[in-house]
Design a binder for this molecule. Sequence first.
Ligand code: EPZ
Length: 418
Amino acid sequence: MPKLVIEGGKSLQGEIKLQGAKNSVLPILAATILSEEESVIQNCPNLSDVAITIEILNYLGCKTRLEGENLIIDPSNLNKTEIPEEYMRKMRSSIIFLGALVSRMGNAEISLPGGCELGPRPLDLHFSGLRQLGMIFEESHGKIKCSLGRGVLGSNIVLSFPSVGATENLILAAVKAKGITTITNAAREPEIQDLADYLNKCGAKIKGAGEGIIKIEGVKKLHGAKYRIIPDRIAAITYMAAAAVASGDILIKKINLEHLNSVIPIFEESGCMIEIYNKENLRLVAPERLLSSTAIRTMPYPGFPTDAQPLIMAMLSVAEGSSMIIENIFESRYKHVGELLRLGADIKVEGRTAIVNGVKRLSGAEVKGMDLRGTAALVVAGLCAEGTTKISGLKHLDRGYEDIEGTLSKVGADIKRI
Ligand code: EPZ
């Protein structure tokens, strides 16, 4: 089984180029099937989740080809309406095809993706919203058949929680509905705005993406578009945390500063010096010793992102003093704590709250990644642990990071994949 081997203690210096955002490219690739014309998706990251999404597009009858960082999709021959179970199990976010597939083909069949490492992950908000848009669901033997009575009809939908996936699925279902759809208490993540920007470039009429109420005026037809994916804000936070623990001085190029508004204060509070050059390059200089952070609560955007929680926890595990982290988004997103304890961290979890008592040094050990951001947190910890850290569970890491070991070794880390 492949492992990452890290010799801790090296400092990180240099420039980091950011990949395109995983959580943006997945819904946008699903959106390409809404028209019958070719789209070109630029800055497409090389991730296993993207590879699975391309497999699904090919399975459905689309033609895809990769030219460098540009993915070209020709959805004109789409001729299938079901997503096989193997794909739903491999990648739970393939649920994002549901709204688009029914909108394009009038029906769809999927199997329930099941839970994942972060807890049960129900889909009730997806289904209740899609039902309001006119979708009829029949469930049997773990499969769900979706069909349309009188077509997709615009509706006023209120989400009880600003679910990212549900907001995306509803946008994809509503862009060609008859009439107007409003989504109240919609998720406001930058990836939602990116999806709306792509669809509007294809001729959709979406207003208010990124705010709490999204208004969609259904259109008859969409055309293809050329579109550049936004930079990956969680990858940016990962490299910032890596530099922070490895007494680093790094420059991350072409970030979208606004997307980091809720995390930059945490880095500054912990003693890092942050400088912004011409609004899109961020320099982070780490302090001698990191300081603890009072309280960090994960919240829907623009609050502190849940995906950054494991990364910041790894950083605070070597800060001076105690920090409190409250995970408000997912049921169980503390699987990385047990592995951080193996590296010598001092962390106590009580329900949704984790108390991190910073230690002077972590010490290298063999650890196992259990989910995407939890495994990235182990990489951050390994960079500052004394001696050798071996990390398994790389299939999680490769879902969301494009060559993390290459990126980190370019700025001085001693990290190899064996
Ligand atoms: C997206 O997941 C991201 N994934 C996640 O990133 C991210 O953590 C999450 O949004 C929150 O920002 C992708 O975009 C592919 P949610 P999603 O629906 O859409 C509950 C990563 O590491 N919920 O906003 O699944 C759900 O159980 C991944 O890149 C319902 O109860 O997130 C969770 O507790 C991890 N019913 C909370 O809402 C529903 O119908 C947030 O889920 C849907 C969700």
